[in-house]
Design a binder for this molecule. Structure first.
Ligand code: PMP
Length: 422
């Protein structure tokens, strides 16, 4: 049995071995989509840096200089990991939610935003100050591209932004990002990729996908909490007011003769990184990028797909289990899947998996309420509206829209997924 205060074990010496598996080796933490375990290599890299810890861009002292160099090198590592174009900028944020809110604040006035209702709330909600068209859940990747194409064709002239997920945090299904980017650009729109779930499982190449921005979180990419990334085009970011006003973002501040403050802001990434930067978080995130590059996504993807096939085949043989899918059995997926079980309340099911079998999964609506309604057939939301009604309460007797989610990735032992299926 797992115990919350058991010592945290280290699993082997492999660069892919997660340092933490959720309490004990026995405990099967199948909740990578929420936060993935920290890789041993990341932990070791951060430990090696710890004696040099200092404030970035703030001092002439040796530690400050080392930290500044490592912080800027971390930016370069992330740019390489993402296949950024030479002119792209990497801004360090707190996580994907923060990155998308930053971009939302940098949109030119009158930007129209296009999203699918299938998005995580982090990609659905930051645009509320702008006219937002929320497209219905498509049933095939081609339908997604056609729906976006049609919506953009019908839109009036002016700046437009499409926000799309790379892989769903509910179904794990991979979206046709390259084709959606082509549709966006055909109609003069920009596109931002929410890669929170794609980047940990799949190479993301900004140049090849031809997306304008990409956002992801360190804590889902085998790094600790606290750092994320927004990377991409500089023009909208440089034209916008700083995300936070303060030191680090400001280049020159003058009190003028009338007692007003005249501020000249930085133009680079620092413009949106006011305050003392989270250098350890950025360094750890870059260490995770390096570890994944070193391990090679080929190897990771192959192994994860093998585990995924075992889970999907196994669940197909369990009576009463329905795996949720928008795009059907042919869909490409990452190691994330959600399901409901006939006759079971999903919360009770997830609690039983943990208490009885030492398996940690997640249950609920996964911050994707409109998607859960589309998948489980709840009342349709108002046309064109994002958000919809609140989650139904289990006590009201209303049909539950909760599901159970299992997710895994680098370092997941075969035994964990086999036990889950069993
Ligand atoms: N987008 C997707 C697809 C996600 O799965 C998540 C996290 N569940 C987010 C955005 C938000 O990420 P964070 O909580 O790290 O800001």
């Amino acid at each position: 049995r797992a115990s919350a205060d058991a010592p945290l074990p280290v699993l082997g010496d492999d660069v892919l071995a997660p340092l933490v598996t959720g309490g004990e080796v026995f405990y099967a933490a199948l909740d990578y989509a929420a936060s993935a375990p920290v890789l041993r290599r990341v932990w070791d890299d951060v430990a090696a840096y710890a004696p040099y810890y200092g404030s970035v861009h703030r001092g002439a002292g040796h530690l400050s200089q080392v930290s500044t160099r490592l912080y800027e090198e971390s930016r370069a590592t992330v740019a390489r990991f993402l296949g950024c174009r030479p002119d792209d900028e990497v801004v360090f944020t707190r996580a994907t939610t923060d990155s998308l809110n930053l971009l939302a604040r940098a949109l030119p006035t009158d930007t129209r935003v296009f999203v699918f209702e299938t998005e995580h709330h982090a990609s659905l909600l930051p645009w509320r100050g702008h006219r937002t068209t929320c497209l219905r859940a498509p049933r095939t990747p081609d339908e997604a591209v056609a729906a976006l194409d049609e919506a953009l064709r019908a839109a009036p002239a002016g700046p437009k932004l499409v926000c799309v997920t790379g892989a769903s945090n509910v179904t794990g299904e991979i979206w046709p990002v390259r084709e959606l980017a082509a549709a966006a650009h055909r109609h003069g729109a920009r596109i931002v990729l929410d890669a929170a779930q794609l980047a940990p499982h799949h190479p993301v190449d900004v140049s090849e996908l031809d997306v304008d921005w990409v956002a992801f979180s360190g804590h889902k990419l085998y790094a600790p909490f606290g750092a994320g990334v927004l990377a991409g085009r500089t023009d909208w970011l440089r034209a916008a007011e700083p995300y936070l006003a303060g030191g680090g973002a400001s280049k020159r501040v003058v009190r003028d003769a009338d007692g007003a403050l005249d501020v000249e802001w930085h133009t680079g990434a620092a413009r949106h990184e006011a305050g003392s930067p989270n250098v350890v978080g950025a360094y750890a995130l870059a260490a995770a990028c390096r570890a994944l590059e070193e391990a090679g996504f080929d190897r990771l993807v192959r192994r994860e797909q093998r585990l995924l096939a075992r889970v999907l085949d196994g669940l197909a043989d369990v009576p009463g289990v329905r795996v949720l899918s928008l795009f059907g059995p042919e869909a490409e997926r990452v190691g994330v899947l959600s399901f409901v079980v006939d006759g079971w309340n999903s919360s009770h099911f997830a609690a039983a998996l943990s208490a009885e079998y030492g398996i940690g999964v997640r249950d609920g609506m996964f911050c994707a309420h409109p998607l859960l309604r589309a998948l489980l057939g709840g009342a349709p939301d108002e046309p064109g509206e994002c958000g919809g009604a609140p989650a139904p309460d289990a006590g009201t007797g209303e049909r539950s829209l909760n599901a159970v989610r299992a997710s895994f990735g680098a370092g997941t032992p075969d035994e964990h997924v086999d036990r889950f299926v069993r």
